[in-house]
Design a protein around this ligand. Structure first.
Ligand code: SF4
Length: 366
């Protein structure tokens, strides 16, 4: 079983053991790669050539990326929306399943609660971040209300048995039937854009963290097992590094002091950044003399993920390495940038809740 972003070694593990290829092998084929691609945040891929070909030839392709409505949205989640905006401009049809069935079976969230969180905490933020989910090319749905996905999951489940799920996910006798069904629902989320009612077989990309790779492998296996019935094309995937939390572990909604939430007041954002782990030297003198280590610095990582302008990022990198900037100054610059971003998102989000609710009402039961 894969433990997410515990270290670089996890990223190497999926590359070495599970047939994921380095993203740098394909980046040269992309005219204007996303900054997360350029900076190595997106580090791996499987079958990305199918997506490259579709983008190049302006053929149909789709992106599927689910959302678990169980906590607050933090800045680490934002990178998925940034990617979706980029792919939408490249002509992708986008599918956003809201995993309320998973939240029910694994996190004890009621369906009503999940829906409310999805609208207020996630979809309103997606809109505020610039992803126009009202477009026809973007399909947002609750798993529990999407009969096409549920029917497909039932059909797919015919060719999966418990031993296989146990081997992949570590399920045992105490695992509920509802929980064992979740990977099949997710496979249906990933494969359903290729059904006739959605235009038939096409390349589908799923951007994930390395911990999600078991779902990708199962979906690809199922696509093969049902090739005769549906002519499925095996889904492609990309792998991104998870953003670190303030103290250096993986950023997670379950560690509120360690995560920067999109709903945090600006002062809280500033305080969190001022407390962040850095790659600075022990003394000011050493910092000036030897420079800092941006690659070990959470503050620098925030720039990598959230500042689009390469020049600004490079400037901090050089100044840090050369000892021309100290961590206190640097944190202030990054805190100012993030405060502006959070204030802007907050202003927009207020107006978006109603719109988000409407999108969900109109798009379900597809
Ligand atoms: Fe990090 Fe900035 Fe300090 Fe360098 S100067 S270690 S980038 S906080």
């Amino acid at each position: 079983m894969i433990d997410p972003w515990s270290s670089e070694s996890l990223n190497h593990k999926i590359i070495e053991k599970f047939g994921v290829r380095p993203f740098k092998e394909v980046i040269g084929e992309i005219k204007d790669p996303h900054w997360l691609m350029r900076r190595g945040v997106i580090f791996g891929q499987r079958d990305y050539n199918k997506i490259l070909k579709a983008m190049k030839n302006k053929e149909d392709f789709a992106i599927v990326t689910g959302m678990m409505p169980s906590g607050k949205m933090h800045i680490g989640h934002k990178m998925i929306i940034d990617q979706l905006i980029w792919y939408e401009k490249k002509g992708a049809e986008i599918f956003i399943p809201i995993a309320d069935m998973e939240a029910y079976s694994t996190r004890n969230k009621s369906f009503e609660e999940s829906k409310k969180i999805a609208i207020e905490e996630y979809l309103a933020n997606y809109l505020a971040l610039g992803l126009d989910i009202t477009k026809d090319s973007i399909n947002v749905y609750l798993q529990s209300e999407n009969l096409v996905v549920e029917d497909l999951a039932y059909i797919l489940s015919k060719k999966v048995n418990f031993s296989e799920l146990r081997a992949i996910y570590g399920f045992d006798e105490s695992t509920s039937i509802a929980q064992t069904y979740i990977p099949i629902i997710q496979a249906a989320d990933i494969l359903h854009p290729q059904l006739d009612e959605f235009g038939g077989p096409k390349p589908v990309l799923v951007p994930v963290g390395p911990d999600q790779d078991p779902h990708i492998r199962l979906s690809r296996d199922l696509a093969s097992r049902f090739k005769k019935e549906y002519s499925f094309i095996l889904p492609s995937s990309t792998y991104h590094k998870f953003m670190s939390g303030i103290t250096g572990g993986k950023m997670s909604s379950s560690k509120p002091n360690d995560a920067i939430f999109l709903t945090d007041p600006p002062k809280v954002v500033e305080n969190k950044i001022m407390q962040a782990k850095t790659g600075g030297r022990e003394t000011l003198e050493d910092q000036r003399k030897y420079g800092g280590s941006p690659k070990d610095c959470v503050v620098y990582e925030i720039l990598i993920y959230h500042v689009e302008d390469d020049k600004k990022v490079k400037d901090i990198y050089e100044k840090c390495k050369n000892g021309e900037i100290i961590c206190g100054e640097c944190k202030k610059i990054v805190a100012e940038h993030m405060k502006k971003l959070i204030i802007d998102i907050g202003k927009k989000r207020e107006k978006m809740v109603e719109k988000a609710a409407r999108v969900l009402e109109e798009s379900n039961g597809t």
